[in-house]
Design a protein around this ligand. Structure first.
Ligand SMILES: Nc1ncnc2c1ncn2[C@@H]1O[C@H](COP(=O)(O)OP(=O)(O)O)[C@@H](O)[C@H]1O
Ligand SMILES: [Mg+2]
Length: 307
C-alpha cells in the first residue's frame, strides 16, 4: 500500500531504526501482522543505504529459505565461493557473480541448514566490512535455528521483524534492541483513507461515515485499512448501507462457532449409537450418513477459516 499513498506516520520510528542501524545494533521490529514492520524496515534501509556497504536482504519467512537466500546473495556478492558451498569442482574457478543460479539452485536447496551455515558463517567472518543482514521475518524461528543465528550475530549486523517474540528463542531477543511498532493513530488513518479515496477517485455517498468506519474497524493496522479500501474500491458507488455492512476482523472479534460445530458432531455420532442400541435401523443409517456429511462439511469450513 505504501506504493499508493507512501509510508504514512512512520517518520519517527524509521529514524529510530536508522539510528540503531548506524550504531551497529542488532534490531528486532515487533508488532502484529500487518502493522507495517516490513514497510518500516524497507524505508529505514533505503535511508541508511548510503552508509551500508554490504547488505543481504532475506524475504523468505522460513529458516531454510532464508539460508538459501543468504547463500545465493553471498555468492553473488563474492563473499562466498563455489568451493565453500561444495558445489561441483567445475565451478571453482568462476567468480560467484558469474555463476548461473538456475544451474546450482537445486543443489543448494538440497543442502541442510547446518551445512549452509557451516559455509556461510566463516565467509561472513572473513568479510572485510561487516555485512548487514536484513531478515523480513524471524517469527517462526526454532531453538535449533536460533543457534545458527546466534553464530551469525558474531559476524554480521542483523535487523529483523517478528510479529511475536516466542519465548523458546528468547536468547536471541536478548541480543536485539526491540523497536515496537504501534497502531496508527486515528488522525493518521483518516489522512491515509482520504489520500486513497482521492487517488482511486472513489465515489462515496457519505465520506465522513466511510472514513470513521475504516478508522474504527481497522484499529490502526495498515493492512486492515488496505484490505477494506481495496474491497470498497471495487464498488461503483459506496452508499451508507454498504459501509454499515463493511467489517474487518482487526477491529471486530468474530463469533466463535467451534463449540457449536463440536456439539452438532457429537449429536450426529450419538444418533448412530442410539440407533444401533435400540435396533432402530433408520436412525442408525441417518446417523452414519450424517457423520459422513458432517466430516466433509467440517473439512471445508475449517479449510476456509484458516487462510
Ligand atoms: N505507515 C504506512 N503507510 C502506508 N502503508 C503502510 C504503512 N504501514 C504499512 N503499510 C502497508 O500495509 C501493508 C502491511 O504492511 P507490512 O509492512 O507488510 O506489515 P508487517 O510486515 O508488519 O506484517 C503493506 O502493504 C504496507 O505497504
Ligand atoms: Mg512483514
Amino acid at each position: 500500500m505504501d506504493s499508493i499513498v507512501g509510508l504514512i506516520g512512520r517518520d519517527d520510528v524509521v529514524s529510530d531504526l536508522v539510528a540503531e542501524i548506524r550504531k551497529g545494533k542488532h534490531v528486532i521490529l515487533t508488532g502484529p501482522v500487518g502493522i507495517g514492520k516490513s514497510a518500516v524496515l524497507r524505508a529505514a534501509l533505503d535511508q541508511a543505504g548510503d552508509k551500508l556497504d554490504l547488505i543481504i536482504r532475506l524475504h523468505d519467512h522460513q529458516a531454510k529459505g532464508q539460508f538459501v537466500e543468504m547463500a545465493k546473495q553471498m555468492l553473488a556478492l563474492e563473499l562466498l565461493t563455489a568451493k565453500e558451498l561444495e558445489l561441483p569442482a567445475a565451478l571453482y574457478g568462476i567468480p560467484g557473480s558469474e555463476i548461473d543460479w538456475g544451474e546450482i539452485k537445486n543443489k543448494v536447496n538440497r543442502m541442510s541448514i547446518r551445512d549452509l551455515t557451516h559455509a556461510v558463517i566463516p565467509a561472513l567472518a572473513n568479510s572485510d566490512v561487516k555485512p548487514m543482514i536484513a531478515v523480513d521475518d524471524l517469527t517462526s524461528l526454532t531453538p535449533t535455528q536460533m543457534a545458527f543465528w546466534l553464530a551469525i550475530f558474531e559476524h554480521a549486523q542483523v535487523v529483523g521483524c517478528a510479529s511475536e517474540k516466542k519465548p523458546r528463542v528468547k536468547k536471541l531477543w536478548w541480543k536485539m534492541k526491540e523497536i515496537h511498532i504501534k497502531p496508527l493513530p486515528a488522525p493518521v488513518v483518516r489522512e491515509m483513507v482520504k489520500m486513497y479515496i482521492t487517488e482511486k477517485a472513489m465515489l462515496i455517498e457519505s465520506p465522513d461515515q466511510f472514513i470513521s468506519h475504516v478508522v474504527k474497524q481497522s484499529a490502526g493496522i495498515p493492512q486492515a485499512i488496505f484490505d477494506m479500501l481495496e474491497e470498497s474500491s471495487k464498488e461503483k458507488i459506496i452508499d451508507k448501507r454498504k459501509v454499515r455492512a463493511m467489517r474487518h476482523d482487526a477491529g471486530v472479534t468474530y463469533l466463535d462457532f467451534t463449540p457449536m460445530v463440536m456439539l452438532l458432531g457429537a449429536l450426529i455420532v450419538s444418533m448412530r449409537y442410539i440407533g444401533m442400541g435400540t435396533g432402530d435401523k433408520t436412525l442408525y443409517i441417518m446417523g452414519g450418513m450424517g457423520a459422513a456429511l458432517f466430516l466433509t462439511f467440517k473439512f471445508f469450513i475449517f479449510k476456509g477459516v484458516g487462510r
